[in-house]
Design a protein around this ligand. Structure first.
Ligand code: ZN
Length: 144
């Protein structure tokens, strides 16, 4: 129970004070993704140099899960190489598909394990994945 409330606090903190929110003028690519079932929208600006994420900023509107997840993701992925970033992303997708059976690997996902409980609620999984799918789309286009 204590862990549950701690994790909720991480989500609320990121929702109230999102990190890397506000689109940077410098970008290699911009993508816009939405989640019509909830009304969440994210625009993401990405810059990469030598395969490393140098700048990742976003703006958006939506529920606390979608906004907090995008905030946590941008903290995690800035400074990471493409392969590392994809590994983290795959880990997060696996966690979201775990139907509440996984607590997540904190050594890889850090604050993103806070979303483990979301995997029990199929309707909210798309909220948690919105920013991550936008990043996957943007980074794969930059790496082409
Ligand atoms: Zn949502």
């Amino acid at each position: 129970m204590e862990l549950d409330s701690l994790y909720q606090e991480v989500i609320l903190d990121h929702y109230r004070s999102p990190h890397h929110k506000g689109l940077s003028a410098n970008k290699d690519i911009q993508v816009h993704h939405n989640n019509p079932s909830c009304g969440d929208e994210v625009t993401l600006n990405l810059s990469m140099k030598g395969g490393v994420v140098t700048d990742l900023t976003w703006d958006g509107v939506g529920c606390s899960i979608s906004m907090a997840s995008t905030s946590v993701m941008s903290d995690l992925l800035v400074g990471k190489g493409y392969k590392d970033a994809m590994n983290i992303l795959d880990n997060f997708v696996e966690l979201m598909q775990s139907k509440g059976q996984s607590v997540g690997d904190e050594s890889i996902l850090e604050d993103a394990v806070a979303f483990a409980g979301v995997s029990k609620f199929p309707a909210r999984i798309k909220c948690a994945l919105l920013g991550w799918m936008a990043f996957k789309d943007a980074s794969s286009q930059v790496m082409q």
